[in-house]
Design a protein around this ligand. Structure first.
Ligand SMILES: *Cc1c(COP(=O)(O)O)cnc(C)c1O
Length: 345
């Protein structure tokens, strides 16, 4: 892989915005008259650290990824959009992705006017490296893989993902938003082996903090430098940085929630599977699962009438009449089951 040839020429030669606070860095100061901030209303009056160094140092411990390999953004969604803006020339380049998968890869492709090439998974929702590679051409800059995959729930076979990373001469993104829910070895542990790998993580799922909007991209420092060049200078606000650190210090609680969710999943899935309405239930490595029913829209509306919202994935490739159900609290799962049991198919 030749990183300079992958990056858009305008980004390669871009001179990024220089933050006031960047220029004095490393020296001591107590009077800050450089950024036109208001001197009152501490602790919210100052611009936050543009590179979030304290938070990255703590996340580095948790994730086992050095801070130089880390980009933090306003949700993973920011990292997804930045990947297009860094690598993909509108109307010229294209990207390849497994299908079905997380919808934002395609939406961001269209926003950036980049061709999106979905490659169908097999009936077991597994990807095939050869098929993905065959969909690429000279203008393919990025391959999107999601594992555990949304909305199917399963992990991609490690061997197939490795083949794609090794053989594709562009960027391979492995979105591991749900990796905390599985025993599978995460790809973020293998970053030093693969200079073209970008791994996405988020605080929105296992970390129980969707509201604070904190996403992570892990990659070789040369790729991280590109993210930092293109991002908004102060892209992660101070409240988010503080709350994220609080969650890191709160790990016993998180661990307890995680255990409860996995126990609930273990009880809920077989109970749903034995209902007559359930034609198929798919194995999962995430905090949600996919079921196939006779008429997904009818069941969806029935549940809405009972105040229960699930995700109707019927219009997604390979997911005819499928609903995606998130594992909730014991009480919520109980309400779901009791509604499902009263449903007349
Ligand atoms: C939920 C989810 C995310 C999270 O996105 P955020 O912007 O960090 O909330 C990312 N990828 C996948 C596959 C998801 O399902």
């Amino acid at each position: 892989m030749n990183l300079e040839r992958l990056v858009r020429p305008n980004i390669l030669k871009l001179k990024p915005y220089s933050c006031a606070r960047d220029e004095f860095k490393g020296r001591d100061a107590s009077v800050f008259l450089d950024a036109n901030e208001n001197p009152y209303n501490a602790s919210l009056n100052r611009y936050p650290d543009p590179l979030q160094e304290d938070l990255k140092a703590e996340l580095s411990q948790v994730k086992g990824v050095p801070a130089e390999y880390m980009f933090l953004g306003n949700g993973s969604d920011e990292a997804i959009d930045l990947i297009y803006r860094i690598f993909c020339e509108p109307r010229k380049d294209n990207v390849v992705a497994i299908s079905p998968t997380y919808g934002m890869y395609e939406v961001c492709a269209h926003i950036n006017d980049v061709e999106y090439r979905p490659v169908l998974l097999d009936e077991g929702f597994q990807m095939n490296a050869k098929k993905l590679l065959a969909a690429t051409d000279h203008h393919t800059k990025v391959i999107w893989i999601c594992s555990p995959n949304n909305p199917t729930g399963n992990c991609m076979q490690r061997q197939e993902v490795e083949t794609v990373i090794k053989e594709f001469p562009g960027i391979v993104v492995v979105d591991e938003a749900y990796s905390d829910f599985t025993q599978a070895r995460p790809f973020r542990s293998d970053l030093p082996l693969y200079p073209n790998l970008v791994v996405l993580n988020t605080m929105s799922k296992a970390w129980a903090s969707a509201a604070i909007r904190l996403g992570m991209a892990f990659a070789d420092p040369s790729i991280i430098a590109l993210f930092n060049k293109v991002k908004y200078p102060y892209n992660v606000n101070i409240l988010t940085q503080q709350q994220a650190r609080e969650m890191i210090h709160n790990r016993p609680k998180l661990q307890q929630w995680m255990t409860t969710i996995l126990t609930e999943r273990r009880h809920l899935m077989p109970a749903v599977a034995e209902l007559p309405l359930c034609k198929q239930i798919y194995p999962t490595d995430a905090n949600f699962f996919l079921i196939r029913v006779t008429d997904a829209s009818r069941l969806y509306n029935y549940l809405v009438d009972h105040g229960i919202i699930v995700r109707n994935r019927s219009r997604v490739a390979l997911c005819d009449n499928c609903l995606r159900i998130t594992v909730g609290t014991p009480q919520e799962n109980c309400e779901l089951l009791s509604a499902l049991r009263q449903y007349k198919d």
